[in-house]
Design a binder for this molecule. Sequence first.
Ligand SMILES: [Zn+2]
Length: 418
Amino acid sequence: MGAAMEAGDVFALGLGLRAPWKLAGQRLDIEKRPHELHLDVVAGRGALFPCSECGRTCKAHDFADFTWQHLNFFQHHCFITARVPRVDCPDHGVRRAAVPWARPGSRFTLLFEQAALVLVREMPVLAAARFIGITDQRLWRIVAHYVGRAVAALDLRSVRAVGLDETASKRGHNYVTVFIDMDRRDKPVIFVTAGKGKACVAAFRAFLLSHGGEPTRVAEVVCDMSPAFLAALGESFPQAAVTVDWFHVVQLFTTAVDDVRKAEARQRKLPNAARWAVLKAGDRNLTNDQRIALAELETGGFATAAAWLAKEMLRWIRKADSAQAARWRITRFINHIGLGLDPGPLLEPVRKALRTFAAQLKRILQRWTSTHSNARLEGLNGIFQAARARARGYRNIATYITIIYLLAAPLPDIFKST
Ligand SMILES: [Zn+2]
């Protein structure tokens, strides 16, 4: 003790080597570019080895050489080679022994895989694969393994309020539906599934049940106004109060304004800055051009201006400080906007939005009695964007789902090695 550590000890520590394994030798292969550092690991004679299934220590049956890629040692690629026995387990028969530095079946060390996961949290998968010098397919397999294992272990016993929203991995394609725990401020995602609509709600119910959750104890669900979701929620979560979140109400009318503007622009010339002027929320962040465009829209009798006013009234409704006050404001809104609209076809998108709004009134008003912040679902948009950036270049929907979990699900044990 007390002597300077040898290089071999440093490597052994980094690998988590423990008896019967020890480092036998190392060599630098300078024929290869980049250079390769090879570490040879051996087990002592007559050693016993754990069964990879149950961990029981068993005698060696026969041996074979295996190589794992390890973390780069400075600029050198690093590989570990070991003669690994098959053991003859009384319960599981003859199978390859487990080694402490890698999980069964992987060609990478645990440290390598954990470093890869850290990178994938920070940069696109393609860039991470290049950075560590493996193919992106192999990197995806590593990520999918750890994320899948952590998701399987999610504990959903305490879930009482759920929010759900849908998104596409590409514009208009590959929909996924994401469920969040409304009581979790950080990493709220608890379930992600391909598709949108009824089947997704049933899939979530099954997932909740298989992770300790109890559907009848879910007291609130926050979602958008999709009729398919709403019908499915009534079936799968009959006890839950359904709240349509305000974000989707605003979205409903924003889309209507944009549809009116596009249709009107085909008929007459709109002021130059009209597009962004009517899409922005409120008038605080408008540029001068946009301010002028709004004024021109309002004085010029444009249908787009009428649509925009309807959307702007939503902010006045939102500021109501009780469900009663909100109901009063909403009645004024429906009467004022609904009756005042020009009956022509240009404003049909706004009338349609108003009909949806009126049909969902009870669920929209629920937000004034709900104890859950409506900002949660809106925050999901940032997560969806980040996941799209990480998964850029991949059309496979499974990769998109994996990344959403990695970035936004509570996966505390993702970096545990076994
Ligand atoms: Zn066994």
